[in-house]
Ligand binder design. Structure first.
Ligand code: BJW
Length: 231
């Protein structure tokens, strides 16, 4: 049986990573839609680097929660193909996976990039982020157009779309966890899974924008619902 799981900010919320569309949704008075764009980076690279430096610096203060661990345990025992696609740029799935060596059919894709990686704007080469980790000191190296956060901003093509669409095209079960269903193409994955004949399940705190598209829904905090669903 082939499984595709899509995760969003809600899976990391109980680890202390803020979601995008909760509370006031603002960062220093800016809507994140006005910071997470290539245009914003071109206009004000210091502001955009500061936004990502702060979030990168916060990563060591958060830990994988029971939902990340339940998915990692599942990856260790799943016998078919299991693609875990996360929209999150944190490394909490990666850290949970490291605790439970996954089965051979498992793959994790960060479709919106990774906070801990940078990308050379000239060559496209992706590497570990070695710049400053201090919140308010963006390094000059990263302001001269040589290095940018390895993040998929609005208007940019999400990563590994061919691999994701191929897996959706042959999946039997699609589970969406902790995402508001407002950002495409991820919000459309449920339709691709349905076209493949998969059973589709939404696990979230509240109905997402596309809730009516799923066969089943389970609502509650991810640290409770995810371990229960996959037990
Ligand atoms: C819990 C919980 C708990 C809380 N337990 N649950 C008009 C129509 C259609 C599309 C477009 C359009 N205009 C523009 C577009 C395209 C655009 C888009 O979708 N815009 C929409 C806003 C309309 N998309 C793009 O530009 C994408 N690229 C693209 O489309 O390329 C062209 C293409 C063509 C063909 C094929 C493929 C591609 C790129 C999108 C890049 C998104 N980037 C961001 C920011 C960068 C990363 C960063 O800085 O961190 O990624 S946006 C932001 O939203 C972030 C997230 O990954 C993404 C999704 O958010 P998510 O994860 O759903 O979080 P929230 O906060 O919205 O929801 C959290 C949920 O959890 C809530 O429901 C809570 O209830 C729940 N929850 N606690 C369980 N404890």
């Amino acid at each position: 049986m082939n499984l595709v799981v899509l995760t969003g900010a809600g899976v990391s919320a109980e680890s202390g990573v803020p979601t995008f569309r909760g509370a006031d949704g603002l960062w220093e008075g800016h809507r994140f839609e006005d910071v997470a764009t290539p245009e914003a980076f071109a206009r004000d690279p210091v502001l955009v680097q500061r936004f990502y430096n702060l979030r990168r610096a916060a990563l060591p203060t958060v830990q994988p929660n029971a939902a990340h661990r339940a998915l990692a345990e599942l990856a260790a025992r799943w016998e078919g193909d299991f693609l875990l696609v996360t929209q999150n740029v944190d490394d909490l799935h990666d850290r949970a996976e490291a605790e439970f060596p996954p089965a051979p059919g498992f793959e994790l894709i960060h479709m919106h990039g990774e906070l801990l990686k940078g990308r050379c704007t000239a060559s496209g080469v992706v590497s570990d982020w070695t710049g400053d980790m201090a919140p308010d000191e963006p390094s000059l190296d990263h302001l001269e157009g040589r290095m940018r956060p390895h993040i998929v901003w609005f208007g940019e093509m999400p990563l590994s779309m061919n691999r994701i669409e191929a897996a959706l095209g042959r999946c039997d079960l699609f589970v969406s966890i902790g995402t508001s269903g407002t950002v495409y193409p991820a919000a459309g994955f449920v339709q691709l899974a349905r076209m493949a004949g998969a059973r589709t399940v939404e696990i979230n705190l509240e109905p997402s924008l596309g809730a009516g598209t799923f066969d089943e829904a389970i609502y509650g905090p991810a640290t409770e619902t995810v371990p229960a669903f996959f037990s």
